[in-house]
Design a protein around this ligand. Sequence first.
Ligand SMILES: NC(=O)C1=CN([C@@H]2O[C@H](COP(=O)(O)OP(=O)(O)OC[C@H]3O[C@@H](n4cnc5c(N)ncnc54)[C@H](OP(=O)(O)O)[C@@H]3O)[C@@H](O)[C@H]2O)C=CC1
Ligand SMILES: O=C1O[C@H](COP(=O)(O)O)[C@@H](O)[C@H](O)[C@H]1O
Length: 497
Amino acid sequence: MITNEREQPKTTIVIFGATGDLAKRKLFPSLFNLYKKGNISEDFAVVGVARREWTNEILREKVCESIANVAESTDQERAQFATHFHYLPFDVTGKESYKQLNELLTDLETEFKIPGNRIFYMAMAPEFFGTIASNLKTEGVTETNGWTRLVIEKPFGHNLESAKQLNSEIREAFNEGDIYRIDHYLGKEMVQNIEVIRFANALFEPLWNNRYISNIQITSSEHLGVEDRGGYYEKSGALRDMVQNHMLQMVSLLAMDPPIRLTTDEIRSEKIKVLRALRTIDEREVNQFFVRGQYGPGIVKETEVPGYRSENNVNPNSRTETFVAGKLMIDNHRWAGVPFYIRTGKRMKLKSTKIVVQFKELPMNLYFDKNKDYLRPNLLIIHIQPDEGISLILNGKKVGPTGETTPVKLDYSNDGVDAGNTPEAYERLLYDCMLGDAANFTHWDEVDLSWTYVDKISKAWELSDKSIPLYPSGTMGPIESEELLIKDGFKWWPITD
Ligand SMILES: NC(=O)C1=CN([C@@H]2O[C@H](COP(=O)(O)OP(=O)(O)OC[C@H]3O[C@@H](n4cnc5c(N)ncnc54)[C@H](OP(=O)(O)O)[C@@H]3O)[C@@H](O)[C@H]2O)C=CC1
Ligand SMILES: O=C1O[C@H](COP(=O)(O)O)[C@@H](O)[C@H](O)[C@H]1O
């Protein structure tokens, strides 16, 4: 949806988990950026909830600390922004304090002339989501004259069964249309650009199918290890942490048919069709399509780092995967026969998210010489992060008399245009939620279909007695990941280009 950047939605925002990491690192700075840009008016209020015995003043200090480094902002501006924050300490599992929350919100709505619009942001562990939603409803906090929206953090369940359970709990209190399931990849500038690149360019759309594309590769690699999230990650692993959500979302954006309109429902409907067309992998053939790995000790950014099994809160014999590579087939007219390769992992050589679209060779290429590897297939590279842009790799003539070809790279980089001004994913998503635009949030049907796909893989891995391949930290994963493509006659394209 094309939004008017100056539209100023009026709302109160309740952050459950206001003393936590997500609030400090992402939510406060994102709200501040929206405020600075004039995308939220002076008429807004935030209520932070958590158990710690903080006061309004303490929360405001923490907010100021978390935004201290935001460029081009003054102490006065930050302090003024923080006055909009209020704190209510309570344990969300008890019902007693929700009435008090309701009264505080009503008072703030009167003070700021907000027409009963409320956003409830669940920045807490998932086991609380259902309870909070239920208490909000039974204690009357969702009964207002305006709209009420629930923003839910990942992970949305641990598998299909638990996701269904969670969904039915929150649906008791909120309609599907009022539930905003966050996938922060959908807020990234270049992920949002996928649709524009595809649907606004006559150059690409006619070629975007199995007649012209030989394979698509999506890599999301990290330098970071599991950090202090061992407890969560041991039960999750890379498949649930990254593939079920971010990687499958990028696959569906790349593979979807053009929506008839750029509305939330039409876009979602096309993405859902892709997930429905994913070829189901039988448990016995998982190894042909997916490989996993776990990082061992190694060197990342010139520093020695320990292996996964030596991290805090990790079982020393853990079989949890920190790396996944997979080949996905989409059985529809457009994509039959075209592999979508994905890989994601922690403690890898690079911090990078890139999509490489490899086009097919010409049926007969006059310039191809098998003995000289100088003709490359055409590649479209979408740089998601840390650099943002697009590259197109073509073949041109080498300067001089020989008639030899040479790869020619056409580059577009966002850096030159926006000079670091691209909004953070959370900032964009929060603003979308305020405007009621759910296109970049995940619909329940997408969650359902992606868990259905992923559950087969995790089940096969749980049952397998094969040892998990280890890869040294600071590499691009285990050798099995290379072999996955080699057996199809492909290779991972370097993602440093
Ligand atoms: N941090 C990140 O970068 C990311 C986080 N997420 C997701 O966001 C959510 C929050 O993560 P994160 O901020 O890292 O977690 P933290 O552990 O840092 O924060 C948890 C928050 O919950 C509060 N809390 C815990 N129990 C209760 C309770 N019974 N009643 C009231 N408040 C309670 C804690 O406050 P107190 O102890 O004061 O009660 C704290 O504010 C999780 O679902 C996570 O998966 C997703 C992507 C990235
Ligand atoms: O959701 C998650 O994403 C991050 C990676 O996000 P990015 O924006 O830095 O690519 C990952 O580290 C984390 O484990 C996962 O929960």
